[in-house]
Design a protein around this ligand. Structure first.
Ligand SMILES: *Cc1c(COP(=O)(O)O)cnc(C)c1O
Length: 625
């Protein structure tokens, strides 16, 4: 059995935080759908008055403004070290983009935008690292560099920060190291900025990290350490390594206040951008924001900043892959990082590498407990289809994670609780004036070949969907389109995971609905013929399941034929079967193999397939002991 199905078995049979799965499913009715990898929406009923909720967290508007001022001090350095930041005068900020063609294309579909205008926030086009991580990740390194330089008496606040690109400063930083654990983009941001400032940089990357991200970092002189496991392990190892060396600074994605503040600055800047297009969130024109969520720092910081800056008329929702809904599980159950998606049998394998996190930040989950309006999940197929539509209709190239937020608006109508709340607070006229802001968190650094493959996959899926969508059976009960595909758009490991999901679902079904005897797992029966030097010359492979022996494979090398080895193998297997209380054996064999052989051993043919065009027949045999 594969790793992932073993894990879910554990969750199914054992207990998670002292509760059985049945207990969890009773208290949280969304859990069965989550466990089935279905798209769901969770409405957060714990929200309270915004001002109260903000003050519980204890991060002030002043701290966010202070962060923005620090970033301004670094602007001259950016213009010098990264000339591409000159047009924005050394400030890393992303544009807004109206996507009306895309919005139009959703009309009358399951993800129709029920009211208002859809706009993308193109963090995909942030300079330097092409993702939302250019906010928090870069900021954290800058504040550390500033502090080190000030402590060493090399810098004062009113100096020109161009000095950070001087030889002297670079030499000073070369004594220090920055380390981080990442699924890819955080490593990319931190690696690039650290290397530019002269730091040694070390990035601990999870197995989800795309190879192009690792290659790009190595090219920039960053030390990349690869792990075979997921994000949480990469972070843990990175943290441990860093603790050994006082000159290493570890960027803690799960808990860092600096990262959080770096992300929160986006809200101050967004205010200006929205004013520029004549929009102020209010009772007459609410703002709905959809943020793709991995560990939570990025979307958490932005959402917190938005609530600080705009108050009650901004509504924030997180979007997570159906295979990695860690923040949803953490916040819904109020257990935060005490639970992982694996605890519930989910595999944490998704094409959205930026969101492939199995255990959420408890700092963020707790901070947003009374603020966040909801969380929804998105399938990989859905992200890929949106990816293709954005490319084809809007000429925008985004990475899969960046599309996760786009189904948010449709949930606001589909979900009863969400719709009731919105109708209570806003008139239809106000909703018509609303803006839906879907945070497009990354994409501009993706190599063309990778982007092309993703777009092609998305187009293929759209084709399948559009060709069969008129068929009633293609829409599920909750109005989500269902597609049938051969998985060819998935990587080998993803196809493996998908296959396990299917096999495991049947296994669980059998366990719950079939006779009790089905619940005992099968036992392999393996016999080998080998020379004493180790060479294998034949064998029998079969299994014991319920009260039967099934002989799957029997083979004897030509050099051994005529010595009765075939018979010996079968009798030995039967003997094992009897000792395990089996009462019969069965197998199938072709006419060109050895049907007579089995008849000689007492096997009786109970069925023949004789439809093969080459004239060969397949015989089914059994023998009752
Ligand atoms: C990291 C990342 C996110 C989510 O940020 P977290 O802080 O991990 O929640 C979203 N989109 C992309 C592209 C990312 O790289």
């Amino acid at each position: 059995m594969s790793e992932s199905s073993k894990r879910s078995l554990k969750a199914f049979e054992g207990k998670v935080l002292n509760w059985t799965i049945h207990d969890w499913e009773t208290v949280f009715p969304l859990i069965p759908s989550i466990r089935n990898y279905q798209e769901v929406f969770w409405f957060n009923e714990n929200t309270v008055e915004v001002e109260t909720a903000l003050n519980e967290v204890g991060i002030s508007l002043e701290q966010i403004q202070d962060t923005e001022r620090r970033l301004k001090r670094f602007a001259p350095f950016f213009m010098k070290a990264f000339p591409e930041t000159k047009p924005t005068e050394g400030i890393l900020e992303s544009p807004l983009r109206v996507v009306s063609e895309y919005q139009e294309a959703q009309t009358a579909g399951p993800y129709e935008i029920p009211f208002g205008r859809l706009i993308l926030k193109l963090d995909s086009h942030l300079p330097i690292s092409g993702s939302i991580k250019a906010r928090g990740g870069i900021y954290e390194v800058l504040q550390h560099a500033e502090r080190l330089a000030m402590e060493a008496g090399m810098l004062q606040e009113d100096d020109n920060y161009e000095v950070f690109s001087s030889q002297k400063m670079q030499k000073f930083f070369s004594d220090y190291r920055i380390a981080v654990g990442s699924t890819g983009n955080l490593g990319l941001s931190i690696g690039i900025i650290s290397a530019k400032l002269g730091f040694k940089a070390q990035v601990h990357m999870s197995s989800d990290a795309k190879s192009w991200k690792k290659a790009l970092l190595r090219e920039k002189g960053v030390e990349v350490i690869e792990y075979d496991s997921d994000y949480s392990v990469a972070v843990e190892q990175g943290r441990k390594e860093a603790e050994k060396d006082p000159k290493t600074y570890f960027v803690d994605d799960e808990n860092s206040i600096h990262l959080f503040l770096g992300y929160a600055v986006a809200a101050l800047r967004l205010k200006g951008q929205l004013e520029h297009i004549g929009f102020v969130p209010s009772e007459e024109s609410p703002l709905f924001v959809y943020l793709p969520c991995g560990v939570g720092g990025g979307p958490g910081g932005v959402a917190y900043g938005l609530k600080r800056v705009f108050g009650q008329h901004v509504h924030c929702y997180f979007a997570e892959p159906t295979h990695s809904p860690c923040m949803l599980i953490g916040m819904m159950t109020d257990q935060h990082d005490a639970l992982s998606v694996q605890d519930f049998g989910l595999d944490n394998i998704t094409i959205a590498d930026g969101l492939a996190v199995g255990r959420p930040s408890s700092f963020v989950g707790k901070a947003l407990r009374h603020l966040l309006n909801g969380i929804f999940t998105v399938t990989d197929a859905h992200m890929l289809m949106d990816l293709a539509q954005m490319a084809d209709l809007e000429a925008l190239n985004l990475e899969p994670s960046a599309l996760a937020g786009l189904s948010g608006p449709s949930w606001l109508k589909k979900n009863k609780a969400a719709y009731a709340e919105i109708q209570k607070n806003y008139t239809p006229e106000a909703l018509n004036q609303a803006i839906h802001l879907s945070w497009a968190t990354g994409g501009s650094m993706v190599p063309e070949s990778v982007m092309h493959a993703d777009i092609e996959s998305g187009r293929k899926l759209l084709k399948v969907l559009n060709s069969e969508v008129s068929d009633q059976t293609q829409i599920s009960k909750d109005n989500v389109p269902i597609v049938m595909d051969d998985g060819s758009w998935r990587s080998t490991s993803e196809i493996e995971a998908d296959s396990n999901t299917v096999a495991q679902a049947l296994w669980l079904f059998n366990r719950l609905s079939g006779p009790e005897s089905l619940q005992t797992p099968s036992k392999p029966v393996r016999l080998f013929l080998r020379k004493l030097d180790g060479e294998i010359l034949g064998g029998l492979l079969g299994k014991l399941y319920r009260n039967a022996l099934f002989i799957d494979v029997l083979y004897v090398d030509a050099s051994l034929r005529g010595f009765g080895w075939g018979e010996k193998l079968v009798s030995k297997a039967e003997q094992i079967a009897r000792s395990e209380n089996a009462t019969f054996a069965h197998l199938d064999t072709f006419s060109f193999q050895a049907p007579e052989f089995y008849e000689k051993l007492g096997y009786i043919c109970f069925g023949v397939l004789d439809d093969f065009e080459d004239g060969s027949k397949r015989y089914f045999y059994k023998k009752v002991f």
